[in-house]
Ligand binder design. Sequence first.
Ligand code: NFE
Length: 467
Amino acid sequence: MPVKIVIDPLTRLEGHLGIEVEVDDHKVISARCKGNMFRGFEFILKGRAPQDALHITQRICGVCSASHGCASVMCLESAFGIVPPDNAKIIRNLILGADCLQSHIFHFYHLAILDYVLGPDIPPFLPRYKGDYRLSKSMNRTFMEHYLEAFKILAIAHEMRAIWGGKSPHHVTVVIGGVTEKPTVDKITAYVWRLRQIREFIDSVYLPDVMTIAKIYEDYRSIGRGYGNFLAYGMENIVGDSKKTMFRSGVYIKGEYKSLDFSRIREEVTSSWYREKRDDLKSGEFQPDVEKEGAYTWIKAPRYEGEALETGPLARMWINGDYSQGISVIDRHLARAMETKKIVDSLEEQIKSIKIGGPVYKKFEIPSFGWGAGFLEAPRGALGHWIRVRDSKITHYEVISPSTWNLSPQDSKGRLGPVEKALIGTPVVDIDNPIEVARVVRSFDPCLSCAVHLIKPNGELKKFRIV
Ligand code: NFE
C-alpha cells in the first residue's frame, strides 16, 4: 500500500519548496514539486521604464542577483541594438564568475553536506533526519571545520564581486551600454589575489571533500538520474580580441546533442495556478488562478520541443564535453565542484584581457519601441529574460530561471518536471526519515525565489499547511 510523504517546507535551499512523494515497497512511485509562494516580478515591471528592469529583477533573488542583473541588461541591449565594449563584458563576467563560485561553495558546504555529514548535536544542526550518516567521527569533525572555513571563502567571493559591482549582493555598476566601473591595476590585483585564495580552497578542500562524499556514498551514482536530458544557454569568454566560449550552448535530448533554438522554448501552466494564455514568451502574461483545478504549484513548466530539460552545472559541463562520468545525485555534486575550477581558470584568463584605459561604456539612446531577450548561465543553469517595450515603457517582461526548468510540474502531456522525474525510483529505507528524497532534490540546488519570482497582491491568496 503506497504511503504519501509530505516534506513541506524542504529546508536548506533558497525559498519555499514542498515535496510530495508516494512510496511503495520502499521506492518512490510518484512525485510532486510544489512552489508554495506566489511571486510576480513580471507584474511589478509592467508600465515601468526599461532601465528599471536591471535593478528590480536583481531583487528576485539574494543568491543569483548577479545573473538576473546581467541577463536583464543583455535583454535590454538586445532590444535596443546596443553592443557594449569588451572591457564591459569582461567586467560583467568577473562579477558573474565570483557569484557562481560563491553560490557553488555555499551550496555544497552550507546546504548539501548536512545530508551526508553528521553535524554537532546543537541547533542549527538539529533537528535532522536520523539514519544513514556514514562518515567516521573524525571525518565529520573535519567536514564541520570546512563548513566554517567555507564562510570565509564566501566573504572573499562577495568582495570579488563588490570590486567590480560596487556591492554584493545586488550590484549597481552594470548598466545598459556597459559598466560604470573603470579597470585599474589596483582592482585587478585585488580581484586576482582573492581569486587565488579561492583556487587554493577549491584544490585543497572543496574538490577533495566532494570526492570523499562521492566515494563513501557511491550508491548515489545510480540514484536521481531523471530524464538525462540537458539544456545550456552557454557563456561567452572574452579573451583578447576573439570571442571564445566559456560554456557551449545546446541541448542534449535522448542521447543526442543538438544546437539550441530559443524559439522552441514554451511555458505551460497545466499544473500551475495560472490561467492559460495563447501568446508566446514575447507578449501577454499568465494571470494567477488560485482555484484552478488540478494545479499544485506556482512554478510554471518550461518545455523545449515539449521536453522537460534539466539545467545546471552538470548540464553545461556535459554539453561542453567537460563531464561524461554519469548522471546522478553524486554526478551533480562532482560536476558543480569541477566547474568551479574551470571558472577560476577562465576568470584568470579573462582578467588578463582587460584593457586599462579602454572604454567600458557605449553611449546610446533608448528607442521607444523594442523587443529583446537576454540569456546566460546562472549558477543553477540556463537563465532567460524577455522584454517588450512600447512608448518607452515595459509592456511585457518574462523570466524563466534555471529552477523553473528543474522544479517544473507535470505538463499537458503528463510529463513530469526534471526533479520530479529524478525522484521516481528513489529508495526510501525509513519513511519517517526520507533523507534519500532530500538528497535527490538538493543535488539540483533548487532556488524557489527564482523559480516563482513575489508580489503579494492585496489580501491573502491561499492558506498553506506546513507539515
Ligand atoms: Ni535564486 Fe538562480 C541561479 C537564477 S535559480 S538562485 O543560479 O536565475 O533558478
